[in-house]
Design a binder for this molecule. Structure first.
Ligand SMILES: [Mn+2]
Length: 151
């Protein structure tokens, strides 16, 4: 079970960010891209301006996904929070982790494979928070009907 304080800190990071950098793993698959694009949409609805990045290009068979064209392989704009998605460790971020400022930001790691693990690592001014996406409640997502069901 994720400690309430961990969720509160994660919530506080999300509330205070304006330009979150969302990164999924190298050689992106459907769950990486889906979580990246889904969270981007939810954060945009909260008034945030997310930047989307992946070290590798979006495979041709996923380019139909709404927003796929917004995913960059290099980050040049400033960001104030890093959110990694579907990355079991930082190596999975690839060269995006070498972006200037990356190590100075707080990092929120959301990974479905870590559903039973929640950790909070204080790294000075920044925090590293890890938890499983299965335990997240995103208001935007919970309001949606299932894909294919009538609206
Ligand atoms: Mn994946």
């Amino acid at each position: 079970m994720i400690a309430k304080t961990t969720l509160q800190k994660a919530n506080s990071l999300i509330q205070s960010t304006q330009y979150p950098l969302l990164v999924c793993h190298v050689a992106p698959d459907g769950d990486a891209l889906g979580s990246l694009l889904g969270l981007s949409k939810a954060l945009t609805q909260l008034g945030k301006q997310p930047l989307l990045a992946c070290a590798d290009p979006v495979p041709a068979h996923y380019r139909f996904l709404a927003g796929a064209e917004l995913i960059d392989q290099e980050v040049t704009a400033p960001f104030d929070l890093v959110i990694t998605l579907d990355c079991s460790d930082l190596q999975r971020v690839g060269h995006i982790a070498e972006t200037p400022g990356f190590s100075d930001c707080s990092l929120l790691n959301i990974d479905p494979d870590l559903a039973l693990l929640a950790s909070l690592i204080d790294r000075g001014a920044a925090l590293i928070i890890t938890f499983g996406v299965g335990l997240l409640s995103v208001p935007y997502l919970s309001k949606r009907t299932a894909v294919g069901s009538p609206e």
